[in-house]
Design a protein around this ligand. Structure first.
Ligand code: ATP
Length: 457
């Protein structure tokens, strides 16, 4: 296992990531022309590709590679009783304090204890209010009447959609314990403090998998899922010295949890939670039995129809938080020349090729002499198999830099020799090495490069 870093040593800062994300169309502030909407972000052309690929990698890992896990896409709006049963109406709160002077709001658990004890604002020294509980669920009304009977919540986690469907899935898909249900979808939390770009937002996406096991085997499965989730990030090519485990202490455990570990990533602002692995026991299904009056027991047909409420091991990762992690992890700045000008340095996103928004960019050396047409033909062929880009504007060096900054792992350059012998230049983002390849071999060569990719810097 890689030795963890004590403090952040990478080249990324949140300012650089936020500005690159905007400049290159990864992520924009929501409703920017109106001054922006706090806690909400829009994913631009490169951002949606990156987010989709991260989601696809997780989906493949959790469903395609596991015979015993199936997918689900449940609605965001659920019956309000769901959230009473789950404990969210009562317990999904953060402790809130306000400054009477500067009107800033804080999470009481995120300001120094001495400030809290002295009721002194950490920003302006003004007087703080008493701590009060603040429920993080967004509430709205459904139907034309805005009365208490019409209250509905935006889901604060995707998990409950899985629990209420677990019997449907057992029946329709003949699942046998142990088995899992995976889901990717939006969740909403009225966070008191949203900062650090897309790290903590009010609208975000989760990738959750709930694994149903027999009580008594839960601890074993909990450890197994911890192992698998760690291995997943390793496979994704994440810098492993930037990952660590954090076990929840008794004061941190959620109301449903028996044991919980976070996978933390070393972001530029420090170690922060990326994903949680939780032993949720039989809490949720028991509560749904109680609140719905429906029998949520599993009937073990292979064991004399033994009945029991399963335990649940949950792996819960933020998709949008994973996007931020992958951006920070990939970000690099490198000196590539020493001529004393701006071009000496390049910014490069070292995405794994399977995650990069554009896999291969095709660039004609010149627009004239039929090179542009030839390059367009090559792009058309590559399109069937890869996400491509085409760029014929400006000096070739500048165009490489633009692709480096977008994280494109391969560039194909078409030059005069290409017209003569049918070969093209294949340039590698990380090493900037260039080789000549017959254009007929490009697709198979790229496939092989993607499969065998190992990050070296
Ligand atoms: P925190 O204590 O940081 O508020 P949490 O422990 O409540 O988070 P979980 O309920 O375990 O978080 O959520 C699972 C995952 O969902 C988190 O690991 C994170 O990746 C993601 N997540 C949770 N809240 C947010 C948010 N407000 N914005 C973006 N992602 C989030």
């Amino acid at each position: 296992m890689a030795e963890q870093l004590n403090e952040y040593a990478g080249k990324a800062t949140m300012e650089k990531i936020t500005s690159l994300a905007k400049r290159r169309g990864f992520v924009f502030q929501s409703s920017e022309i109106y001054g922006g909407q706090n806690g909400a972000w829009d994913y631009g052309p490169l951002g949606i590709e990156l987010k989709n690929r991260i989601a696809a990698a997780w989906w493949k890992e959790m469903t395609q590679l596991h015979d015993d896990i199936v997918g689900l896409d449940a609605a965001i709006l659920m019956h309000p009783r769901t959230w009473e049963a789950s404990g969210h109406v009562e317990n999904f709160t953060d402790p809130l304090v306000d400054c009477k002077k500067c009107k800033m709001r804080f999470r009481a658990d995120q300001i120094p204890e001495e400030n809290l004890a002295a009721k002194k604002c950490p920003e302006c020294g003004g007087e703080l209010t008493d701590t009060r509980k603040f429920n993080l669920m967004f509430k709205t009304h459904i139907g034309p009447a805005e009365d208490t009977a019409s209250i509905i919540y935006l889901r604060p986690e995707t998990a409950q959609g899985i629990y209420v469907n677990y019997k449907n899935i057992i029946q329709s898909n003949r699942m046998k314990i142990p088995f899992g249900i995976a889901q990717i979808g939006k969740a909403f939390r009225n966070e008191i403090v949203t900062k650090n770009f897309i790290f903590r937002t009010c609208e975000f996406e989760q990738m959750e998998m709930q694994y149903f096991v027999k009580g008594g085997t839960d601890e074993e499965w909990f450890n197994e899922w911890r192992r698998r989730r760690w291995a997943y990030y390793e496979k994704l090519g994440v810098k492993m010295d930037h990952l660590r485990w954090h076990q929840h202490g008794p004061g941190e455990l959620a109301h449903y949890a028996k044991d919980a570990y976070d996978i933390e990533y070393l972001f530029p602002m420090g170690w922060r939670e990326l994903e949680g692995v939780h032993n949720r026991t039989d809490y949720d299904l028991r509560r749904h039995t109680e609140y719905s009056g429906k029998d949520m027991q599993y009937i073990d047909q292979d064991n004399n129809s033994e009945r029991y409420i399963p335990y649940i091991i949950e792996t819960s990762a933020g998709l949008t938080r994973n996007v931020l992690m992958i951006l920070c992890d990939a970000y690099d700045e490198e000196q590539v020349a020493d001529k004393g000008n701006d071009d000496d340095w390049r910014t490069v996103l070292r995405f794994h090729p399977s995650l990069a928004p554009v896999t291969v960019a095709v660039l004609p050396l010149m627009k004239k002499d039929g090179l542009a047409e030839l390059a367009q033909d090559i792009r058309r062929e590559l399109k069937e198999d890869f996400a491509t880009d085409y760029d014929q504007a400006g000096a070739i060096g500048r165009r490489y830099r633009r692709q480096d900054e977008a994280g494109t792992p391969f560039c194909v350059t078409v030059d005069y020799q290409s017209k003569e012998d049918g070969t093209v230049t294949l340039r590698f983002r990380d090493s900037m090495e260039q080789i000549r390849v017959p254009k007929a071999e490009l697709t198979s060569r790229l496939r092989q490069e993607i499969k065998e990719y190992k990050r070296t810097k």
